[in-house]
Design a protein. Structure first.
Length: 242
């Protein structure tokens, strides 16, 4: 939201902002096209019109806040759902940025409203302090909810990081075990791949399976240590990935 400057006097109110502030533009268009809306927003004084402007800005903050709360709820369901495979880091960071942006808008707004409430009565004949007190309560509610949302999104960030780390560790553990189990096969097959005579080779006298003797010898000799290692890993609980 663009920075808003307001000049107010007994018979005038001027707003200045560099870029369009959508809630104010919509409010102006409603007042321009609807006489009843204009009377409701402007009242009988510039002080009441200033209250209407604040109320419009606060309503827009409530709308943006409700969207953040909805996104937080959806994010919670997805983070703790094991069936969800898509990465949520970007979505978490976008929500963090949106919460921070809303806080940067709400905090100065509360300070300005507090300051104006003590001085605004002189711009109106009717008692408008109660209207400003209502706006103060609304802004306080927004800031309180934003503080809770900020704490919640930080928790989600930590949980997502922990779950992602745990998932990566499981994958690395599985790959490590697969690599470890393949070591005996790799070592034994590399020995038998050497260009020298060894027991079980075709040149050896052990040819009870004909030309396939060496192949079966290598398979059997390789499987024995692999199965022993698998049995030991299971017994030690190293292959429990639940």
């Amino acid at each position: 939201m663009s920075q808003l400057s307001i000049f107010v006097g007994i018979n005038y109110l001027i707003t200045i902002h560099q870029s369009e502030i959508e809630p104010l533009v919509e409010m102006f268009q409603r007042c321009k096209s609807n006489e009843k809306e204009r009377e409701t927003s402007m009242g009988d004084s510039s002080g009441f019109l200033l209250h209407s402007i604040f109320e419009t800005l606060v309503s827009d903050l409530f709308h943006r806040l409700s969207k953040i709360e909805g996104n937080l709820q959806d994010l919670e369901d997805e983070i703790f759902d094991e069936r969800t495979k898509s990465a949520k880091a970007k979505e978490i960071n976008l929500l963090r940025r949106e919460i921070a942006s809303l806080r940067r808008t709400a905090m100065p707004l509360r300070s300005r409203i507090y300051e104006i409430t003590n001085e605004i009565q002189k711009f109106s004949k009717e008692d408008i302090i109660s209207y400003y007190n209502d706006v103060e309560d609304h802004v306080d509610k927004i800031i309180e909810t934003l503080a809770e949302a900020k704490e919640t999104i930080e928790i989600y960030k930590d949980v997502y990081y922990m779950l992602s780390t745990e998932k990566a560790n499981k994958i690395l553990s599985i790959l490590t075990i697969i690599f470890t189990l393949s070591i005996p096969i790799t070592v034994i097959s590399s020995f038998y791949g050497m260009n020298i005579n060894m027991p079980g080779r075709i040149e050896a006298p052990f040819r009870f399976l004909g030309p396939y003797t060496t192949m079966f010898d290598v398979i059997i000799v390789s499987l024995i240590p692999t199965l022993l290692m698998y049995w030991y890993f299971r017994r030690a609980g190293w292959m429990n990935f639940d």
